[in-house]
Ligand binder design. Structure first.
Ligand code: ACM
Length: 628
């Protein structure tokens, strides 16, 4: 009898504990970005082959999106939704606009027998489809039931109209298919702008038909593998075999692909600095006119002349051709002209620049840069386009009507907004997704620090600035240390998930604990769909303080809520039997030189063990805040 009792008990235990974690989670709704308004209802809609997808709209964009939805549901769940069946998903466009929803909002009502999605535009309906997909469980394991969608009423629309991610394809080239995958991943979180950094010192990535040598030469460099910035310069006669570019046919295909997903592409041609791939093709366009090869990731020593000469009319002739073809290709009303980090020493040494400055009454090289940008405004206007540039375009006088992308913090954006200019906020310490997101001792090599919680807590509208002038913001991914698509995913997710909520959801709904709980559900979905992401938010954070004459003390913290930390000073592995961190200041015992720490949740390790030396803590204690 006892053994039967035990057998039943252990069977129950196996069943309970072999259910996926989310099957035992009481709240099945975990949406990111958080909708504006949501009311859970009772019951569920079962998504199976009895579902009829219906619309009374002939809008071609909506019809395309319905096909996208059918295909995506099939690939995620294996379920074929059709045009007949006992249950309906109606997706319709409002005949009279619903003013609350604007251009991108939607209303969704899920009930046990039907789903109703309405919007003013096909874009709004598309965002509603993303929400339906997020209402599905992340995955079904064999025998765990149906694809159930919980009943809920949602009204939703974005806080900002510009919700972007920037990808640098110059430092490392990403193929057409990888770019499409990047776009597919953006779509999940309702992003609508793909800022494509197409040119830099390390490769020119877009075919310009009138200048074929630009991609024949400028798109390739010698091959180097390892830590960016440490590489050997090109050897004499070494062949440039590494790189690639997009033909104009590729570009058109990607523009269409993005547009079918309601993503507009912002092309960037970075000038006058960051122009070595252009200058390596046409050395006459720089002040020094020296020959260069495309930089494969070596440090510039001394500073390469990667800056166009603003006194040379041939520069404007080439840029007129380049921006002419860019304007023809890309429907976006904006073109990004870069404008960042132009090293101006060679301008100061260039007699033609001196003469131009005298002639134009320009007092310094900053005003010379402003002159250059104003010439570009004219070129872009002649092609029917507006100019956006990094915040250095403020220096020496901001060109009328230029839009500023603020990256060196928020101050450039504030200054531009005070002058009534539009701004896109991308301050590096909150939105640069190539920075460290966890302790450098356990992360792949990069620089700086931007943790998940920094991205989440970022507020794009500074005090005293008119929100109407802040078009929105982005996450920016520079690819010096990102040689593969897999690593690109690791760097983007989950920080860009946090940013999607910053740009879409109401400010008043911000709540880190709630977000993190929804994010963990999303991690399961990313796992199920084989999308890479970082789990760095589960690791220990070391906060050292150096006290003069008393050495270093350290407090420990975590980003993820509700974790326990265990630590040792004796070089052993910290586990549940080691000391549990209690929030106090830790100091090193006499003779100790290393602190090992790890996070646990519910008695199981969850973060990575990090071993940090006393010297490293002292070094960090002396560093500027926010470096680690
Ligand atoms: C930049 O990060 N140089 C815009």
């Amino acid at each position: 009898m006892a053994s039967i009792y035990h057998a039943i008990l252990s069977l129950i235990t196996i069943v309970l504990f072999s259910l996926p974690a989310w099957a035992t989670d009481g709240d099945p709704i975990h949406l990111i970005p958080e909708p504006v308004h949501m009311e859970a209802q009772s019951g569920t809609f079962v998504l199976d082959d009895q579902v009829n997808l219906a619309t009374d709209s002939n809008d071609p964009a909506l019809r395309k999106s319905l096909n996208w939805f059918t295909e995506t549901v099939k690939s995620v769940t294996g379920v074929t939704i059709g045009r007949t069946g006992s249950k309906e998903i109606h997706i319709n466009l409002n005949k009279t606009a619903d003013s609350q929803l604007g251009n991108e909002g939607y209303r969704l009502a899920v009930a046990p027998g039907s789903i109703s999605l309405t919007a003013n535009t096909a874009a709004g309906a598309f965002y509603g489809m993303q929400t339906i997909l997020q209402l599905l469980p992340p995955a079904l394991t064999a025998g765990t039931g149906d694809w159930q969608i919980p009943a809920v009423n949602i009204t939703d629309y974005p806080r900002f109209g510009w919700r972007g991610l920037m990808l640098d394809v110059s430092r490392h080239f990403f193929t057409k298919d990888e770019v499409k995958r990047f776009i597919d991943e953006m779509v999940r979180y309702k992003y609508n702008t793909f800022h494509w950094h197409l040119t830099d010192d390390n490769g020119w990535r877009i075919e310009i038909k009138a200048l074929p040598e630009l991609t024949q030469k400028g798109a390739y460099r010698v091959k180097r593998t390892g830590r960016w910035g440490t590489f050997q310069p090109a050897l004499a006669n070494e062949e440039a075999t590494d790189g690639g570019f997009y033909t104009q046919e590729d570009i058109k295909e990607i523009i269409q692909y993005a547009s079918d997903r309601y993503i507009t592409i912002l092309p960037e041609i970075d000038v006058p600095g960051h122009s070595l791939s252009l200058i390596s093709t046409y050395p006459e366009l720089s002040s020094t006119q020296k020959p260069y090869s495309v930089n494969a990731g070596w440090r510039n020593q001394p500073q390469d002349d990667n800056v166009l000469d603003p006194s040379n009319e041939a520069v404007y002739q080439k840029l007129d051709i380049i921006f002419g073809e860019i304007a023809e290709l890309f429907p976006n009303p904006y073109i990004h002209i870069g404008g960042d980090e132009a090293y101006k020493t060679y301008w100061a040494m260039n007699p033609n620049c001196q003469e131009l400055m005298k002639r134009e009454g320009l007092k310094n090289v900053e005003e010379l840069q402003s002159y250059f940008i104003k010439r570009l405004v004219k070129i872009l206007h002649s092609k029917g386009k507006k100019l956006i540039g990094w915040d250095e375009i403020l220096e020496g006088g901001l060109a009328p009507e230029a839009t500023v992308m603020s990256w060196r913090g928020m101050s450039g954006g504030i200054e531009a907004a005070k002058m009534n200019h539009h701004v896109v906020m991308t301050p590096w310490d909150y939105v640069y997704l190539d920075l460290y997101q966890g302790d450098p001792l356990v992360e792949p090599d990069t620089y700086g620090m931007c943790r998940l919680i920094d991205s989440y807590q970022y507020e794009p509208v500074p005090e005293g600035v008119d929100e109407a002038l802040i078009l929105g913001g982005q996450g920016n991914v520079w690819s010096e240390s990102i040689p593969t698509f897999r690593h690109l995913e690791y760097m983007i997710w989950p920080r860009a998930i946090a940013l999607s909520e910053v740009y879409w959801s109401p400010k008043a709904k911000k709540n880190w604990e709630d977000f993190f709980q929804r994010l963990e559900w999303e991690f399961k979905r990313l796992d199920a769909q084989d999308i890479n992401y970082a789990k760095s938010a589960y690791d220990v954070i070391f906060n050292p303080t150096n006290i003069r004459g008393q050495g270093v003390s350290v407090t420990l913290a975590t980003e993820a809520p509700g974790l326990d930390i265990y630590y040792t000073f004796d070089h052993t592995i910290p586990d549940l039997h080691a000391r549990k961190y209690d929030g106090s200041n830790l100091t090193f015992p006499v003779g100790a030189s290393q602190l090992n720490a790890i996070t646990y949740r519910d008695g199981k390790p969850i973060g990575r063990q990090i071993n940090i030396s006393k010297e490293e803590l002292v070094k960090r204690g002396n560093a500027q805040p926010h470096v680690y």
